[in-house]
Ligand binder design. Structure first.
Ligand code: G3I
Length: 491
């Protein structure tokens, strides 16, 4: 069956998404915040800005506030394998999941399925084979079909402590790195991530589902961690998404940043959150904030304005990227959170009797401001984006173009390297940066220098490029990068 690519399918998805969240919200339009009165619920304000605002819940938490305030629902625990999977990949005990899906459908809410392939809460699937995982993926996807808008196909694949590696325990022990180079992208490698997405994509296509397939993780939100070091976990996730969306297979439709923000150095909110969302979005995938809660410690034991301002930052970062299409908080009230002592959510109270916190008002206000000029139905190219050709020699072994996403005082550059009339085994791109611009971070390339003339060279996996094919790398910096020149050399 001929299925449109993820990029081509983007516009209808957003249109359907907006229709779904608007239907229950009573709002009438999608776009920038209008001049008329501000919306009074998170759901309606988000819908007007062109994204969903959702919540994680269990059936016991389905009080009226859920459908009033939220346009999307994630089962907090009721679709995890330990609840619904049999040892042979069949389904069992789906009552709570059905209740949640039915509630969402009745109230015109989107559903995010959570989660299919995970090292934790695996229940009877623990230690099983890829074949059985594939059976489970097929059964779960077809049970609810297009009633589930987004599924977390693979959850928390990456290791902790910012080491940039994948987890080694099951199910990742099913993967094989044939040449031992540390990635799982080469011929001969097997990868539980790729194989699980392949199976999920096959099921979606065979059953003509609208369901989008997501990879979800935590501590991947910023380009950097506290202190400014590179966020290697985010980089590893980026490499995975890039590898499985930019090649011949487009396996991944969406990326979830869990966003459990707390005092851990790898879990803080950094100023480059938006830039990181943007670089994933530039791969053509939707980005979602999937499990948001913000520890009061991040604002000095403050569940008032400090926490509210942190919520503002996160919501604004998403709103400023067109393909950031949804935000989900991980529970309704502090007392009902998996981290209740950290008081990280938008309401106090409990059991259906809730009081709004300062963080709630901040989120509502930020949503009501809308996307600040980003058109949610347009491709995610900022008004300042520009493309400048390289000056290759002729015949050119390779060429390089840059796409800039700029803001006052900073930029993210995405560079596309394309092989010319014959394939190449490696490449070097020389970038001439304007005075005042300086590179602070980069990905998918080795770098020499930070300002003036800066050299980028391929890393292991993205050196070989076939005739006419492309690869991408990126860098982030301060200052203005308009006018950057690029020269590509085959190595
Ligand atoms: O329902 C039983 C109850 O009957 C029993 O008495 C009690 C005894 O411990 O356990 C209850 O189940 C608990 C369940 O939450 C419901 O409250 C489980 O023990 C507990 O392990 C489970 O925790 C969940 C956790 O995932 C498990 O890893 C949290 O609710 C849930 O919020 C959390 O969600 C995860 C995401 O799936 C993935 N990302 C991180 C996020 C936070 O850890």
């Amino acid at each position: 069956m001929n299925v449109p690519s993820g990029r081509a399918r983007y516009r209808p998805v957003i249109a359907a998404l907006a229709a779904a969240v608007l239907a229950g919200a009573g709002a009438v339009a999608v776009g920038k915040a209008p001049a008329q009165a501000a919306e009074t619920t998170l759901r309606a304000a988000a819908a007007k800005a062109g994204l969903f605002f959702g919540v994680a819940a269990s059936p016991g938490r389905l009080s009226s506030i859920v459908s009033q305030e939220f346009g999307q629902l994630t089962p907090e625990n009721d679709m995890k394998p330990d609840t619904i999977a049999t040892s042979s990949g069949g389904l069992r005990n789906t009552g709570n999941a059905d209740t949640l899906v039915n509630y969402a459908q009745t109230n015109n809410m989107l559903v995010r399925g959570h989660t299919l392939v995970w090292h934790s809460q695996a229940g009877q699937l623990q230690g099983t084979s890829q074949a059985t995982l594939n059976t489970f993926i097929g059964n779960a996807l077809t049970r609810w079909g297009s009633r589930i808008a987004y599924w977390d196909v693979v959850n928390e694949a990456l290791d902790d402590n910012n080491n940039g590696r994948r987890r080694t325990q099951w199910p990742h022990s099913l993967s094989r790195d044939a040449n031992g180079d540390g990635d799982f992208f080469d011929a001969g490698d097997t990868d539980v991530i790729r194989n699980s997405f392949r199976r999920a994509k096959e099921v979606v296509q065979q059953n003509n589902l609208n369901t989008k397939l997501c990879i979800n993780d935590y501590d991947v939100e910023g380009l950097t961690v506290r202190g400014g070091a590179r966020n290697n976990k985010a980089q590893a996730l980026y490499d995975i998404v890039r590898a499985y969306t930019q090649g011949t297979e487009r396996l991944i439709d969406c990326v979830g940043f869990q966003a459990h923000f707390n005092d851990n150095p790898n879990s803080v909110i950094t100023d480059d959150l938006q830039a990181n969302i943007q670089r994933f979005a530039d791969l053509g995938v939707e980005v979602h904030i999937t499990e948001l809660d913000i520890d009061d410690d991040l604002s000095n034991n403050d569940i008032g304005q400090g926490q509210a301002n942190n919520y503002r930052k996160v919501v604004r970062a998403c709103l400023n990227v067109a393909r950031c299409t949804g935000i989900t908080v991980w529970g309704i009230a502090d007392s009902e959170s998996w981290r209740s002592s950290e008081r990280g959510l938008l309401f106090t109270g409990g059991s259906g009797n809730y009081q709004k916190k300062a963080a709630y008002s901040a989120v509502l206000d930020e949503l009501n401001k809308g996307r600040s000029g980003v058109n949610p139905s347009s491709p995610p190219v900022s008004p300042s984006a520009s493309t400048s050709p390289s000056t290759p020699t002729d015949p050119s072994p390779c060429s390089a173009t840059v796409s800039l996403n700029s803001w006052t005082g900073g930029f993210v550059a995405t560079v596309r390297v394309t092989a010319g009339s014959s394939s190449i085994n490696g490449w070097r791109v020389t970038a001439g940066l304007p005075t005042g611009a300086a590179v602070t971070n980069h990905w998918s390339a080795e770098r020499t220098g930070a300002s003036g003339t800066v050299q980028f060279a391929n890393v292991g996996y993205n050196g070989p490029i076939a005739t006419g094919q492309s690869t991408e790398f990126g860098f982030q910096g301060t200052g203005a990068a308009d006018g950057t020149t690029l020269t590509c050399t085959a190595t």
